[in-house]
Design a protein around this ligand. Sequence first.
Ligand code: ATP
Length: 213
Amino acid sequence: MKRKQFLVIGLGRFGSGVARTLHELGHEVIAIDSRDEPVQEMLGQVTQAAIADATDETVLRNFGVSSFDAVIVAIGSNIEANIYTTIAAKDAGAKYIVCKAVDDISKRILLKIGADKVIRPENDSGVQLARNLASPKLLGQIELTNEFSVIELEATPNITGKLERVQRGGVQILAHARAEVVGLTPSDIQVGDKLILLGRKAELEKLRQSVSD
Ligand code: ATP
C-alpha cells in the first residue's frame, strides 16, 4: 500500500480518531489544533502534532498544505473557524478537502466554498443505523455521488429475479462473498451471500425495499 500524507486540523473526538487511525494504517499524519491540550495528547500517536491556527493561510502554506493527499478539517461546532480554514486551505492549494459539519446549512456552505466532501458524522451514522434497523438485509452503503452508491446486501431466497431486473436498470453486481470466499460470477450467488452492488440509488433502493418486504 502506498504511504499517503494527511493533514488533520482540529483534534476533538472526531479529528483525533481520524488522525490516530490513519497513522495506525501506516500513513504520514500531521495533526494540528489551536489548543495545547489536544496537541499534547496526540504526540507519539501521529507523525507530527503541532499547535497552530488553521484559519491563517500562511500557517497552512508553511505546513505545505498543497502536498498532502487530503486535508481533513475536523472543526465542527465552531463553524466560523471551519469556514475560514476551508477557504484558507483551498486558497493555499489543498488537493482534496474533507470537512466535518454539524448541520445541513454548514454542509451546504462548506461545499459551496470548495470542500470536496462534507460529512456529518452524527447525522450520517444515525441515518446508517436507522437504515440497518429498518432493513436488516442492508449491511452497508457507500455514497459515491449524489446519484450513485455501492451497497452491501444479504442475498435472500427471493432475490434472484429481482437482481436480473435491476441489472437491466444498470446495477452491477461487483462481487458476492460467503465466509472467506469471494465470487465474481452472479450465477453462483447463494442465499445468505453478501452482495456488493453498484448502481443508481433509485434502483438500489427499489431492490432494498423489495427484499425487505
Ligand atoms: P468533536 O465532536 O470531534 O469532539 P467538536 O465539533 O465538538 O469536536 P470543535 O469545538 O468544533 O469540536 O473543535 C474541534 C477541535 O478543533 C478543537 O480541539 C479546537 O481546539 C480545534 N480548533 C478550533 N478552531 C481551530 C483553529 N482555528 N485552528 C486549529 N484548530 C482549531
